[in-house]
Design a protein around this ligand. Structure first.
Ligand code: PBG
Length: 305
């Protein structure tokens, strides 16, 4: 009689790949998650594939950062290299997604380039996003996922992809992305600190707002997004539910690093049953209306299911 069933093919595994390391490195605040080397990433993806996971999304940790974040679109940038490795390994047997942002690559840690007042420059940034999208598509991404929350980013990316003949590459927009304290462990995972103690409240959403999320989703769909995302997930089930009622495209939700870390930390102390809470949380996200869930629990849950 269960209305909602969580399946392995609902899950998208976020994976980190770091340039210049020989062995995977653990991320302290994300127990069980690694910064992968090129080789260990290939191994991990093969194992996820055999567990029935059908999609992964890659995040890069470059060896060198600069103010523009140029490693994000370099042909030999770490994500592009990793995408080529994986495409060689899996052919069309796995959906390869790439997170599309500059924050992992900029020396100041913002999601875009800065203007002469040190503020993110929206329009200069979305031009660069177009270049990143093309580099990721050339390297084998079938879905690019812009997460920078710059205005007009989906349109800029869609046009850049189409101009280069990548009209079949889809865009999964981080459409309703909140300025959340739950991204803390992720910033450890990608070695990002925002310069001068800054934050992302100028481009990510205020968690006091719900209607604004729907407006962001409408803009992104009008600009050509194929899938839309709500992020984080658990504290935003109302947003997921409202988005589901309003749109008919696939809806993704990102169960983010802080959500994962809270489960792992409490389970480690024996305060909760981590596996049970994981299933409960992910099933609730699906029940609220998400078709797809990006989650660091993908491997654990695939093993359990
Ligand atoms: C930006 C990006 C972030 C996350 C995914 N893409 C960080 C941010 O916006 O600060 C966070 C994911 C997580 O916490 O798991 N490239």
């Amino acid at each position: 009689m269960a209305e909602t069933r969580l399946g392995v093919d609902d899950l998208i595994a976020p994976l980190f790949v770091r340039e210049g390391i020989e062995r995977p490195e653990p991320i302290v605040s994300l127990p069980g998650v690694m910064q992968h080397s090129r080789a260990s990433l290939r191994q991990e993806v093969a194992e996820l594939r055999s567990l029935g996971i059908s999609a992964v999304i890659l995040f890069g940790v470059p060896a060198h950062k600069d103010p523009e974040g140029s490693q994000a679109w370099a042909t030999d940038g770490i994500v592009q290299v990793a995408l080529r490795d994986l495409r060689d390994d899996v052919g069309d047997d796995l959906v390869l997604m790439a997170d599309l942002c500059l924050d992992e690559y900029t020396s100041h840690g913002h999601c875009g380039v800065l203007d002469d007042r040190g503020q993110p420059d929206n329009d200069a940034t979305i031009e660069l996003y177009g270049q990143v999208a093309v580099a990721q598509a050339e390297a084998g991404a079938s879905i690019v996922a812009p997460s920078g929350m710059m205005d007009g980013q989906v349109l800029a990316i869609r046009e850049a992809l189409d101009d280069e003949g990548f009209d079949e590459v889809a865009v999964m927009a981080y459409a309703a992305k909140y300025a959340s304290a739950l991204y803390g462990p992720f910033r450890d995972a990608v070695d990002v600190t925002i310069e001068g103690g800054g934050d992302r409240k100028g481009y990510q959403q205020d968690y006091r707002n719900a209607r604004e999320a729907l407006e962001e989703i409408r803009f992104d769909l009008a600009e050509g997004a194929d899938l839309v995302m709500v992020k984080p997930a658990l504290a935003y089930l109302d947003i997921i539910s409202r988005a589901r009622a309003e749109v008919d495209v696939p809806l993704a939700a990102y169960h983010v690093s802080g959500e994962y870390a809270m489960i792992k930390a409490a389970a480690e102390r024996g305060w909760i049953d981590g596996d049970a809470v994981a299933l409960e949380h992910l099933t609730a996200i699906k029940r609220a209306g998400a078709d797809l869930i990006l989650t660091y629990l993908a491997r654990d849950v695939a093993e359990a299911l």
